[in-house]
Write a protein that binds this ligand. Sequence first.
Ligand code: UT7
Length: 311
Amino acid sequence: MKTQRGGVITGWGIAVPDKILTNDDLSKTLDTNDAWITERTGIKERRIGGTTSGLGIEAGRAALAKAGRRPDEIDAVILATTTPDQIVPGTAATIQDGLGITGGAFDVNAACTGFVYALTVAHGLLAIGAERLLVIGCDTLSNITDWNERSVSILVGDGAGAVVIEAVDGPGQLLSWNIGADGSLRHLLKCDHGGFLYMDGKEIFRKAVRVVVDSASQAVAEAGLTMDQVDLLVPHQANLRIIDAACQRLGLPMEKAVVVIDRYGNTSSASIPLALVDALDTGRLTPGMNVLMTGFGGGMTWASTVLHWGG
Ligand code: UT7
């Protein structure tokens, strides 16, 4: 990958609702239990509540503060979401206004893959002259979930994660990117206007492992690395068993994977940035490390990127 102008992430932050919904809470109204959910998914609890714009603003404000940047220094807000506040306008516009940002604003919808897609788009904008961008992954899946039905409701949570990316001369931190989709599989995960989220969990599980392994392998090869040179894996948090199966097939020890699904459930576009920020805040991700982010989701879409942290 050749680029004269790259990007470096200089700030990050998250926002999650205060309300915690545990597996035991769910088992009071649904035919399920903590043991099943924990064993089959790795989820113990999730956060529920808020709006996509509200959580996005909070996470974005935290990322700006960490980067030491004012809102008027940001050239565009790129929001990855599959649960916009409204059909029109894009929720990035509400976030732009809420933060007092003067640059552009647009949404990216690639379901759970959205944040990696948005990060890739951001690096494209930096390459053609943007100086600073705010990239947010935020979803409030609870708003499109049928809470009387167990197949989806045990999985989902709400949240947001945001990063500020700044242009640098030279390649920056992005070593490679890989994005893909197979629209013939769009029936596996969908939500019609005014409806509830539907997913064919078993089929997604099978396909997810394959596409994530293919995409991650291609991104690592494109970065000029071998798998053992990957220091940290930040995967989409859909199911702990999917992360485990992907690690095994990639030849990555599970200890290299960042896991936050136990606390947050599947937060779609927010899941990768929530895990990324957790790794940063706990000191697991430090300058000089190679970090692989990889995800899959509705569409079906998939995407991976390798960053050399710190540029
Ligand atoms: O963000 C990307 C989108 N989504 C995903 O990545 C989801 C991917 N898929 C999955 O994570 C898993 O397929 C699920 C967690 C959705 C389901 O796990 P599974 O291991 O595929 O379970 P299953 O559907 O095969 O069900 C196994 C058993 C069944 O009982 P029998 O037929 O063996 O007696 C189900 O009736 O577990 C039962 N079951 C439950 N029991 C308690 C299914 N759901 C539940 C539940 N609580 N919530």
